[in-house]
Design a protein around this ligand. Structure first.
Ligand code: 5AD
Ligand code: FES
Length: 352
């Protein structure tokens, strides 16, 4: 019986796998198999996106959050977290600076901060789109009502990132307080898609209680949903959370999953995340070499960067935006990839 190899061969042929089959791949630490997946993922990514790496300017607009996710450093019950929010003028200024540096996508990310109501966000998005009509605006602001998602889309937002965190209900409930609901989370993704957003899902690798079966369900969910974007990165403990003593997710598993996701969703925009760069000094380079095609340097004002601490040890908290951008461009060039000035939309998704 050569289970994992047979399953991998079918994934390489573009077949749909069951969650049990994906679980076998996620759990297999056979080095030859990993290398096969990696090489095939790079080939697929090259066929769709060449050696281009897309870049997004990440603006962390608020560390205030009404939620209490057990893994997250800005959870509301963390009394040690330093809270801030950027005012809309400052966000516009960050984008201005980013535009001059060559960014054509701005990601507004933050906790679920009630200050950022539609009344604040709609004019802000309109301002950004008026000043930079050639740019995409991506939002990563958590769960909101369908009406709100629609209003923000109508104002000009192009994309929405909302990691599903885990496709297993029982696992979801171990990572979140009872007020949060797995069904609502998944429903939000459906609503976002229906409205017309390019949608991003994703999960943490090695989050507490995560099993290979859970990962199998994450991968099967991704293959069937075919998100335009997918954010995965290692779980990293934060000292002021209930998961402070839990081990971080590993580089190796994260890289293996990046390759599998590239094969299951060939057109997906897949970042080599800051968390990956945090657990390994060249983690982002390794992520690109495993099948990722996006990097997201930080455009937030340096004075707030340390305060947006979802996990301990986060990199890029001392550098100015220009330094971060140059650093990443250099890192990508060194491994044979080119960071481009481009909105970086998803290549047309073939849904089956
Ligand atoms: N380690 C790694 N990633 C984390 N996130 C939140 N807390 C952590 C952590 N401790 C991720 C979640 C969230 C995204 C914005 O950051 O997946 O969706
Ligand atoms: Fe931020 Fe290297 S990417 S300093």
């Amino acid at each position: 019986m050569n289970g994992a190899n047979d399953i991998a061969a079918r994934l390489l042929r573009g077949e749909t796998l069951t969650s049990a089959e994906f679980a076998v791949l996620a759990a297999s630490s056979d080095e030859t198999l990993e290398e096969t997946l990696r090489a095939a993922a790079v080939e697929r990514r090259k066929a769709v996106y060449g050696n281009k790496v897309y870049t997004r300017g990440l603006i962390e607009i608020s560390s205030i959050c009404k939620n209490d996710c057990l893994y997250c450093g800005i959870r509301c019950s963390n009394k040690n977290a330093e809270r801030y929010r950027l005012d809309p003028d400052e966000i516009v200024k960050c984008a201005e600076e980013g535009y001059a540096l060559g960014f054509r996508t701005f990601v507004l990310q933050g906790g679920e901060d009630p200050f950022f109501s539609d009344d604040v966000l709609v004019p802000l998005i309109k301002t950004l789109k008026t000043r930079h009509p050639d740019c995409a605006v991506t939002l990563s602001l958590g769960e909101r009502s369908s009406e709100s998602y629609k209003a923000l889309f109508d104002a000009g937002a192009d994309r929405y990132l909302l990691r599903h965190e885990t496709a297993t209900k029982a696992h979801y409930e171990k990572l979140h307080p009872p007020q949060m609901s797995f069904e609502r989370r998944m429903q939000c993704l459906q609503v976002l898609r229906k409205i017309g957003y390019q949608v991003g899902a994703g999960f943490m690798v090695g989050s507490p209680f995560q099993t290979a079966d859970d990962l199998g369900r994450d991968l099967a969910f991704l293959q069937s949903f075919q998100p335009e974007m997918c954010g995965i990165g290692p779980f990293i403990p934060h000292k002021d959370t209930p998961f402070r003593a839990c081990p971080a997710g590993t580089l190796r598993l994260t890289l293996r999953l990046l390759s599998i996701i590239r094969l299951a969703c060939p057109n997906v925009l897949l970042p080599a995340t800051t968390a990956l760069g945090t657990i390994d000094p060249t983690g982002r380079e390794k992520g690109i070499l495993a099948g990722a095609n996006v990097v997201m340097p930080n455009l937030s004002p340096v004075r707030v960067r340390k305060k947006y601490a979802l996990y301990d040890g986060k990199i890029c908290t001392g550098e100015e935006s220009a330094q971060c951008k140059d650093c990443l461009a250099q890192r990508m060039r060194a491994i044979g990839y080119e960071v481009v000035v481009d909105r970086g939309d998803c290549a047309k998704t073939i849904r089956n």
